[in-house]
Design a protein around this ligand. Structure first.
Ligand code: HEC
Ligand code: HEC
Length: 79
């Protein structure tokens, strides 16, 4: 009985540590300077017509395969 509950406490401690570490990493990723969108989004929903490969202002190579609908999940219009 006693041993059982001790093990339960330890695993919730481990879970808490994992949670905190995950949160810190997530916060750093958000603060990690995702560039804001310097222009209005009016009439510019189709990001890739300008930010696709070889276009006006190509997105970085690691963006390959990202769809228009995902862009504003990371990039927010500058106020
Ligand atoms: C009509 C063309 C066009 C469309 C459509 C467009 N953009 Fe842009 N975008 C530009 C140009 C040109 C620049 C760079 C010039 C500037 O600073 O305004 C730019 C700049 C950016 C930047 C900053 C790049 C940097 O160097 O810091 C981001 C981020 C961005 N756009 C995201 C988006 C997203 C997300 C969408 C879709 C919701 C989008 N853009 C739609 C033309 C476009
Ligand atoms: C998972 C988050 C994420 C998504 C989704 C995303 N981006 Fe980005 N984007 C970033 C980050 C982070 C950077 C800066 C680091 C880098 O160069 O990769 C960046 C850089 C850019 C730049 C260059 C900015 C500069 O300063 O040169 C453009 C343009 C851009 N993104 C457009 C887009 C477009 C268009 C889409 C949708 C097709 C998109 N992004 C989707 C995270 C994202």
């Amino acid at each position: 009985m006693k041993r059982e509950s001790k093990r339960g406490r330890r695993s919730s401690l481990v879970a808490a540590v994992v949670l905190v570490v995950g949160f810190v990493i997530g916060a750093v990723a958000v603060a990690d300077g995702i560039p804001a969108i310097p222009h209005t989004l009016e009439g510019r929903a189709a990001c890739l017509t300008c930010h696709g490969e070889g276009k006006l202002k190509p997105a970085p190579a690691d963006h390959a395969g990202r769809a228009d609908a995902t862009c504003t999940g990371c990039h927010h219009a500058a106020p």
